[in-house]
Design a binder for this molecule. Structure first.
Ligand code: CP3
Length: 352
């Protein structure tokens, strides 16, 4: 059903090879299923985060919570960017952020990494959850909802699986890039190939679009982005393009990397809040759609202040076709839920 959802219409070209002009933009929220929702915390009280990810009924239940509460235009399957690394024998737990049980510490650790088994077998719960979520979304009344699949980009996954201590800002992965350059590329290659298979399985199961989270690429200079992140992202998007599935690229701290992101092959660029939206829209070619970029901390305050800030964001878009409303990063855990609702309702009320 995602094919004629507002989301899908916003990212497809019309017969004039332009994005369709829509009465209002579609809207969803990064991390829309999570701890700011009491109904999520109720599920979390009974099941661990990993159990929710690995049990299709629970993953579907939690993915639907923001659809029911916020009536957003897209559902994103509940999972995590570190789920597929099991295919490299890397064990992950969450508390609440990812904890790698066997992190990469040395060049020898890097050299010994290899694929152990099939990622699609090891994460078979995910496409199961996606096809079941697809059925649930189809049975909902009202406008059709799009279903988004996702993965972490290789660079960002590498930031988590390379041990950072005592570093706090993932500098360790950049240091490894200097000291063990060839070995790091080998790891990025491995991560790229498992991610391609992992995402294709999500598309087969019914994902209408795929978002690639390269959250920590914002640490890289443009030159390093072009060496350590862009080629792998391009490969993943080229593989998805063959299936005709729209792709979204998110980077936190994207401003200096925009020239690279534009070359990534992504159909949609998801911007963080630091970049001025009007300025970004001038820099991004009209054949690439844009998603974002309200500062998540603006969802504090009152429903009225959220409405005003959201209208400011929408005015900056100036009805540009090929636009999806969202935040500039994931919604924060302590966000008042009624403010999240005010954000969504303001977008759904139409262009201000
Ligand atoms: O958007 C959604 O609703 C889908 C679910 C989703 C989660 N993680 C659930 C989650 C998605 C899309 C992600 C992506 C993800 N995971 C990213 C990229 C997006 C971003 O925020 O930059 C990253 C970097 C991760 C790694 C990760 N997983 C972190 C840093 C954390 C801790 C987060 C925190 O706020 O403390 C996690 C755990 C995690 N992933 C939680 C959720 C709901 C919290 C775990 C819990 O409920 O106990």
């Amino acid at each position: 059903m995602g094919g004629n959802s507002l989301f899908s219409r916003a990212v497809q070209f019309n017969s004039a090879l332009q994005f369709e002009a829509l009465p209002r933009p579609p809207v969803w929220i990064m991390r829309q299923a999570g701890r700011y929702l009491t109904e999520y915390n109720e599920v979390k009280a009974k099941h661990s985060f990993l159990e929710i990810c690995r049990t299709p009924e629970l993953a579907v239940q939690v993915s639907l919570q923001p659809i029911h509460y916020l009536n957003v235009d897209a559902a994103i399957i509940f999972s995590d960017i570190l789920i597929p690394v099991v295919a490299l024998g890397i064990e992950v737990d969450f508390n609440p952020g990812p904890i790698i049980k066997n992190p990469i510490r040395t060049g020898a650790d890097l050299a010994s990494l290899k694929r152990i088994g099939e990622v699609t077998t090891q994460t078979a719960f995910l496409p199961k959850a996606i096809s079941s979520l697809k059925n649930e979304l189809r049975s909902l009344p009202g406008d059709p909802k799009a279903l988004l699949g996702f993965a972490g980009a290789p660079w960002t996954m590498a930031c988590y699986i390379i041990e950072q201590k005592p570093f706090k800002h993932f500098e360790r992965t950049q240091i490894v890039a200097r000291e063990e350059r060839a070995q790091l590329h080998r790891l990025l290659e491995l991560l790229t190939s498992i991610t391609e298979e992992y995402l294709l399985a999500q598309v087969e199961a019914g994902a209408d679009a795929i978002q690639l989270f390269d959250t920590w690429a914002g640490n890289l200079s443009l030159a390093d982005y072009r060496e350590f992140a862009l080629p792998y992202t391009q490969r993943i998007f080229a593989t998805l393009e063959k299936r005709g599935v729209p792709t979204i690229l998110y980077i936190n701290g994207c401003t200096p990397l925009l020239p690279g992101m534009i070359e990534s092959g992504a159909k949609v660029l998801s911007l963080d809040w630091r970049i001025d939206l009007e300025q970004a829209l001038r820099l991004i070619p009209s054949e690439i759609a844009v998603q974002g970029n309200l500062d998540p901390t603006l969802l504090y305050g009152t429903p009225e202040s959220v409405k005003q800030q959201t209208e400011l964001m929408l005015r900056a878009v100036n009805k540009r076709p090929g636009y999806i409303a969202n935040l500039g990063h994931g919604i924060l855990q302590t966000t008042p839920r009624e403010n999240a609702l005010s954000f969504v309702k303001t977008v759904q009320a139409g262009w201000p």
